[in-house]
Design a binder for this molecule. Structure first.
Ligand code: C5J
Length: 223
């Protein structure tokens, strides 16, 4: 078994690349670009742009190391039958889920804004998982895909740290996956939530998993 040793908090961690997947959460135009869901909720979307460059480097290293790469997208069917009313009505955004904005209908599958940003666009053969909720496991076949490939460890990154990244890590942790959250490849509209969100993962001896920098992960994958 090949092993990649990764410097992480709360302790170094050794992973078998053949049993490790990079899971990239919701790097969609609707969260990262003006006119999408993130901005409709009153957020400064530029806060999330800083993770694009390190995440591109991490994605390149994961592809070179032949890791399983899975991309997720949050969004709903065009008829919105999978969108709970309580979610659609929440908050007071200028545009709600399903409304028409500059990138098409907000958070609706098939629309421009729902798709992944060009810089991180999936390659053919990399699964893209559409999820109706915040967590990657809720009402999806993510667990099945991971188990069919013998995956034990997840490198998790994307947006936003305290919402969809955290929810997915918590779901994965309860299902027995080892999660390494790549801190500089996660982003939030709220820097303080990002910081505390990462600390919550690694606290108490790694209650939800590990936190590492992309440099440490890339270094570990290259051996
Ligand atoms: C949110 C997400 N924040 N991907 N979604 O609504 O974190």
């Amino acid at each position: 078994m090949a092993s990649a040793n990764i410097v992480a908090q709360p302790a170094p961690v050794a992973v078998d690349p053949a049993r490790c997947a990079l899971v990239i959460i919701d790097m969609q135009r609707d969260f990262l670009e003006p006119g999408g869901f993130g901005e409709a909720l009153g957020n400064d979307v530029s806060q999330l742009r800083k993770i694009v460059a390190p995440l591109r480097a991490l994605l390149g290293a994961a592809r070179d190391a032949r890791l399983t790469v899975i991309h997720t997208r949050e969004g709903h069917r065009p008829d919105m039958t999978d969108a709970p009313r309580a979610k659609v009505e929440r908050g007071a955004p200028s545009l709600r889920i399903g409304d028409r904005g500059p990138m098409g209908r907000i958070l609706i599958r098939g629309e421009v804004g729902h798709d992944i940003i060009p810089e991180l666009y999936p390659l053919a053969g990399e699964p893209v998982l559409d999820k109706p909720g915040k967590g990657g496991f809720y009402q999806t076949d993510l667990d099945l895909m991971l188990r069919n490939r013998g995956i034990e460890t997840l490198l998790v990154c994307g947006v936003t740290t305290e919402v969809c990244v955290h929810t997915t890590v918590r779901e994965a942790n309860d299902r027995g996956y080892r999660c390494i959250v790549v801190g500089d490849c996660c982003g939030s509209y709220f820097p303080e939530f990002h910081e505390v969100g990462l600390r919550m993962i690694a606290a108490q001896g790694g209650i939800f998993g590990w936190v590492a920098d992309s440099g440490a992960v890339i270094g570990g994958l290259k051996g």
